[in-house]
Ligand binder design. Structure first.
Ligand SMILES: Nc1ncnc2c1ncn2[C@@H]1O[C@H](COP(=O)(O)OP(=O)(O)OP(=O)(O)O)[C@@H](O)[C@H]1O
Ligand SMILES: [Mg+2]
Length: 406
């Protein structure tokens, strides 16, 4: 063993650090799907019409986030592509990436072997070329538009309509369009002609219950050969938490991964419920940090005002107090303050995001007012807010409370 190998061995390949957590990554497509038999049955009965030389119906798949829509369709797409009986092309698009009509047609055309430049052709030329290539392929195209709501909101449905009409203009090929979304309202954005064609068959993926999530996690742990790394009660605990939070399998797998990571970091496996709790807080902290980080500047200043007021011992902080502190802070960094009306909107937003708790109380003959409280620790909030260049200068001056005039 060389010196290089030794140093690597010592720090990376030593004991439990070498475990592979990639099975729990969002990009991992499981080779087995469980607890989706009914949904798979509906989809496959339709797609299998291909083997009787009947064109399947177009489909719309609905379901909340993390209910297995993408996993199931990718799994079935692979299965269909593998079949030797018919010429089938499975074209999967995520509309967050393929978010414009050119890219949609490009992807479809390329899958049929068309020579199309990544950009530059007129829509007419592009469309005709795609249609010719699809026809020449002489087979079935299962075209999946995942997160189709993003595409429709951005581009409308003209091109979708043209694609849906292609079947009636072709002799040798057929296109089956499958739209996937977690936004049920998107169907109302569609032109009735598109709606009726795309919504021929509707499949709804319900949220998973606790026991289904348990089985999914257990199966994934088995695939990763990590059964010895976690206790059964910890898996049950994660399943219960995820079932309570919308039955989202992605969240469950994410919590499982973080829990295992904590056990590995602490060199303390099998992980137990206490590790789940640590992982859960870490995920929540990471999420709230990200939310705070992405707030607009004025919301950040409002949040800083509340944090400082609380730090200086104020309880039941009123909107008036917040507005005063906010104005002083904007003054310190030389930017014009927003009106107190806008402040009320910002407080509502912060409340909705779960960063502050605001409740309306009656002030007798002075009317009603909002009382604000904040549960997050002030050092935590400040550490994130101080990443903002403009707010850094406040840090030192606020050490002297008098300067804030609160
Ligand atoms: N029945 C299942 N069996 C095995 N793994 C599953 C199952 N359902 C979901 N998963 C896993 O859970 C995670 C989330 O599933 P998926 O990405 O399919 O959700 P989705 O319904 O497409 O959510 P979104 O609407 O947010 O796109 C993935 O890692 C997926 O592999
Ligand atoms: Mg998905």
């Amino acid at each position: 063993m060389t010196g290089y190998d030794k140093i690597i061995e010592k720090y990376i390949l030593n004991g439990i650090e070498k475990v592979d957590l990639s099975y729990f990554e969002p990009s991992y497509i499981p080779e087995r799907i469980i607890h989706r038999d009914e949904e798979i049955d509906v989809i496959m009965k339709n797609l299998a019409l291909i083997f009787k030389k009947i064109t399947p119906k177009n489909m719309f798949i609905f379901g909340k986030t993390g209910t297995g829509k993408t996993a199931v369709i990718k799994f079935l797409g692979r299965a269909m592509m593998n079949s030797k009986n018919e010429k089938i092309n499975f074209v999967y698009m995520n509309c967050q990436i393929n978010d414009n009509s050119y890219s949609l047609l490009y992807t479809l055309g390329r899958s049929a072997g068309a020579e199309i430049p990544v950009t530059g052709w007129s829509m007419d030329r592009l469309f005709n070329s795609v249609k010719d290539s699809v026809e020449k392929f002489s087979g079935y195209f299962i075209v999946v538009m995942d997160e189709i709501d993003r595409y429709i909101k951005k581009n409308g449905d003209d091109i979708l309509y043209s694609i849906l009409l292609m079947n009636s203009e072709m002799q040798n090929s057929r296109i089956i369009l499958i739209g996937i979304t977690n936004d049920v309202t998107i169907i109302d954005h569609l032109d009735p002609r598109v709606k009726s064609r795309l919504n021929e068959e509707k499949v709804v993926f319900p949220p998973y219950n606790q026991f289904e999530i348990y089985d999914i996690l257990k199966d994934r742990i088995e695939m990763a050969k990590m059964a010895g790394y976690i206790t059964d009660s910890a898996i049950r605990y994660i399943s219960a938490i995820a079932a309570q939070e919308n039955g989202d399998a992605r969240k469950a797998i994410d919590l499982l991964k973080s829990t295992l990571q904590i056990g590995i970091d602490l060199k303390n496996v099998p992980v137990e419920e206490k590790h789940v709790n640590i992982a859960k807080s870490k995920i929540e902290y990471d999420a709230i940090s990200e939310t705070i980080r992405s707030l607009p500047l004025h919301s950040k200043i409002v949040l800083l005002s509340i944090t400082l007021l609380k730090e200086y011992g104020n309880v039941n902080i009123t909107t008036g107090e917040i507005y005063n502190a906010y104005r002083n802070l904007t003054n310190m960094i030389n930017i014009p303050p927003l009106t107190s009306r806008r402040l009320t909107d910002i407080l509502s937003d912060l409340d909705m995001l779960g960063i502050i708790n605001a409740k309306v109380i009656s002030m007798g003959r002075y009317g009603r007012s909002k009382i604000v409280d904040i549960m997050l620790s002030s050092s935590f909030i400040k550490s994130i807010l101080m990443e903002e260049e403009l707010l850094k200068s406040i840090k030192d001056s606020t050490r002297k409370q008098s300067q804030l005039k609160i």
